[in-house]
Design a protein around this ligand. Sequence first.
Ligand SMILES: *[C@@H]1O[C@H](CO)[C@@H](O)[C@H](O)[C@H]1NC(C)=O
Length: 212
Amino acid sequence: MEMSFKGITIASMAFAMSLTLFVANAADPNPLQDFCVGVPDPHAAVGDTNNLLRSRAVMVNATLFPALNTLGVAMARIDYEAGGVNPPHLHPRASEMLVVLEGTLYAGFVTSNLQAGGNRLYSKVLNKGDIFVFPQGLIHFQLNIGSTPAVANAAFGSQTPGLVTVANAVFGSTPPILEDVLTKGFQVDEKVIGALRAQFRPSDQPDFHSYI
Ligand SMILES: *[C@@H]1O[C@H](CO)[C@@H](O)[C@H](O)[C@H]1NC(C)=O
């Protein structure tokens, strides 16, 4: 199954989008708002990648951009340092289309185990101009495998796609999931679970044992 298409450039996407806008405008010439204030400093819009993952995703959904309300779309910009990762996560309410603006990414998603050959990984190395699609609700990721920073834009088919980051949800929930669930669920001992919890425990959450 070929999930990415080389040679589709930003320019051709922009052309396709302008066609779409033209059609939409023909049906409804009214702007959705009187004006839209841009970001004063464009550099401030770039994600700060100074963190352990060395990546930053900035989601523009209906909360941050109320003009999206009722329109069923949202976007994100993702910045990755060399080696930076957008860790395994999913969007419960939207499929996602990713386009690489700069750099080289290894991207993939895993099918649900209800499908034939379940838990199957579909992955691809993506270069500038390549696109990839992540189906709604499936775990996916991107890793910058190049030696320079990478940038991607993502488009979502929902104004509020939602975000579940697997490690943070499982090992960093508030309150924590009972340890037995995790040791048995992941078939490892408490030390391993403890180490993972230490990585993902929210900073305002003292210690697992104070919850039971
Ligand atoms: C919109 O995205 C922001 C940032 O990821 C998030 O905090 C907020 O909860 C999202 N809004 C909705 C309605 O999902």
